[in-house]
Design a protein around this ligand. Structure first.
Ligand code: ATP
Ligand code: MG
Ligand code: MG
Length: 554
């Protein structure tokens, strides 16, 4: 088997191992903020970090970056863990930035004492003005040279809840003229009188992401802290905060940036996904149209197909947009190998075999998956009255119509060759029944001469008296625009696909009676379908996962 070439982060690690970094000190983390569900973009980061863990036999922590109590909830923590396990990854330790609040506070005190941090008591507007612009240096504010004693006293007061929100902040004292705006005395702490999902009401101040993140990496002794490209400019600050606390002989974390995953025909910002949920535009975070891991799972995606997708897109430093059809391709490839084939009719029309005995029924042998010999065979019932798809019949058909029409022959999958004879219509002229005759000697697999006959097409069908009714949810892309959140004049909600969900009343073969949520099938000639969590033996519900071909390509 050929070895895939190393991506740039693996190359960096190989280089540091070669120059003496001990392999047993390698340590990675995946650091979600529990303010929403994981999406396919997170999967890229997950596969990257946990992939490195597997490759180098190194621990990977799951760190919840829970420093903003206003937006974080236990529900999200639980969902993130469930999704990670489902994707097939095991974390070494479950950690929380909030576990480090005391340590972070203590380090902030050290920094105040060293003259590296100060309390600013201005309005955020005033601070913003002093900060300058990318082309204009900032200026020092009036509180920048507060005494250490005053800073310590005010910071303690902030911590103890003596001050309202917005009254004071703690800032790092770096350089108001730095060319990097983020280095112009960035905030370290703000006052927030909020309940935190883990620390309750213990804290009245909360650390900012930039301060908490690197120090948390240091506490956990993460060697390679991998984030997306938006954080390139933050690296200088990441390093500055580490400089303030680093003790020799400890692992000093380094930040590396890679290009985030962008996918067309969707949005991936958690804020926007939350909006879709809150405004009931979708039915929850796990709506099968959502790009969330739980949505993809409910849609019928397999974990293997998502991991394969992440593998194919790779890890690089250049931003690009991946076509969602690549994700669908990975899924089809996987389901083609694993999904049993069954027959279902989603837009039924009645077909009567006029020369087949009224009371007769046969149980015909059908192959479960021609791609997988071990999948075996099952029996499907055949009788005089069947359903076929309405679109598989035309009274008068053009020459290239390889389906059923009057006077033409087709094969019924796993069964017999039939010939169109006549139709029954209602008062409006709509066809209500198709009458056909069958060739009794043509049964599939019988070995007879007739069974080998070549006819123009093969149709799927179900026996009316044996079929089970099912709700089939036909999902399509949620947005009609390739980049719904890229328009200056318009909101992403202006690009919703009005027909992203259509509900069909279909009929499935009786072997599907006892399916369970999450079972996956290929409905022959129609696509791949997943049993929804709403399904029960009394009322079957299937989700269309993906068609057999890329319908958007045609
Ligand atoms: P949002 O901005 O929508 O809230 P986020 O990036 O802030 O998303 P986090 O929970 O902080 O979400 O992300 C956890 C990890 O997943 C981070 O390391 C982040 O870089 C990574 N990540 C998030 N989105 C993507 C993406 N589209 N592609 C690759 N990695 C991503
Ligand atoms: Mg984030
Ligand atoms: Mg974010």
């Amino acid at each position: 088997t050929e070895e895939k070439s190393l991506h740039f982060i693996e190359q960096i690690i190989e280089d540091s191992l070669e120059s003496g970094f001990p392999q047993d000190k390698l340590r990675f983390r995946f650091p979600p903020e529990p303010n929403g569900y994981l999406h396919i973009g997170h999967a890229k980061s997950i596969c990257l970090n946990f992939g490195l863990g597997l490759r180098y036999n190194a621990p990977v922590n799951l760190r919840f970056d829970d420093t903003n109590p206003a937006k974080e909830e236990q529900e999200y923590v639980d969902a993130i863990k469930e999704d990670l396990i489902w994707l097939g990854f095991n974390w070494a330790e479950e950690r929380y930035a909030s576990d480090y609040f005391q340590q972070l506070y203590d380090w902030a005190i050290v920094m105040i004492k060293k003259g590296k941090a100060y309390v600013d008591s201005q309005s955020s507007d005033d601070m913003a003005i002093q900060k300058g612009t990318p082309t204009q240096p900032g200026v020092d504010g009036p509180y920048r040279n507060r005494s250490v004693e005053e800073n310590l006293e005010l910071f303690e007061g902030m911590k103890n809840g003596n001050f309202p929100e917005g009254s004071h902040v703690l800032r790092a004292k770096i350089d108001m003229t730095s060319t990097n705006m983020l280095m112009r005395d960035p905030l370290m702490y703000r006052v927030l009188h909020r309940h935190h999902h883990r620390t309750g009401n213990d804290w009245k101040i909360y650390p900012m992401y930039d301060y908490a993140h690197g120090e948390s990496d240091y506490i956990e002794q993460i060697s390679h802290s991998i984030c997306t490209l938006e954080f390139v400019m933050h690296r200088e600050l990441y390093n500055w905060f580490l400089d303030q606390i680093y003790v020799e002989n400890k692992v000093r974390p380094h930040q590396y940036e890679f290009a985030r995953l962008n996918l067309n025909y969707t949005v991936m910002s958690k804020r926007k996904l939350l909006q879709l949920v809150q405004e009931n535009i979708v039915n929850g975070w796990d709506d099968p149209r959502m790009p969330t891991i739980s949505g993809l799972r409910r849609r019928g995606y397999t974990a293997a197909s998502i991991r394969k997708f992440c593998d194919i897109i790779g890890v690089a430093k250049r931003e690009n947009v991946i076509d969602v059809s690549l994700l669908e391709f990975c899924l089809r490839e996987d389901l083609n190998k694993t999904a049993p084939r069954v027959m279902a009719v989603l837009d039924p029309i009645k077909l009567v075999i006029i020369n087949y005995p009224e009371e007769k029924e046969e149980w015909l042998e059908a192959e479960n998956n021609q791609e997988d010999e071990s999948a075996g065979y099952r029996k499907v019932p055949f009788s005089r009255e069947l359903y076929i798809e309405r679109e598989d019949f035309l009274e008068e058909a053009p020459a290239k119509f390889f389906r059923l029409s009057i006077g033409k022959e087709v094969r019924l999958k796993n069964a017999y060759i039939i010939r169109g004879e006549s139709v029954v219509k209602d008062a409006n002229g709509t066809i209500t029944e198709i009458h056909v005759t069958y060739d009794e000697d043509s049964r599939s697999g019988s070995g007879s001469e007739s069974s080998q006959r070549k006819v123009a097409g093969t149709l799927h069908w179900v026996s009316i008296k044996h079929a089970i009714e099912a709700e089939v949810r036909l999902y399509d892309r949620l947005f009609i625009d390739e980049a719904p959140d890229s328009h200056k004049e318009k909101n992403f909600l202006d690009f919703m696909n009005a027909s992203s969900l259509q509900i069909a009343k279909g009929f499935v073969e009786p072997s599907l009676k006892y399916v369970k949520s999450g079972d996956k099938f290929q409905f022959q000639r129609l696509g791949y379908f997943n049993v929804d969590k709403d399904s029960s033996t009394e009322k079957l519900v299937f989700n269309r996962t993906v068609g057999l071909k890329d319908a958007w390509e045609e």
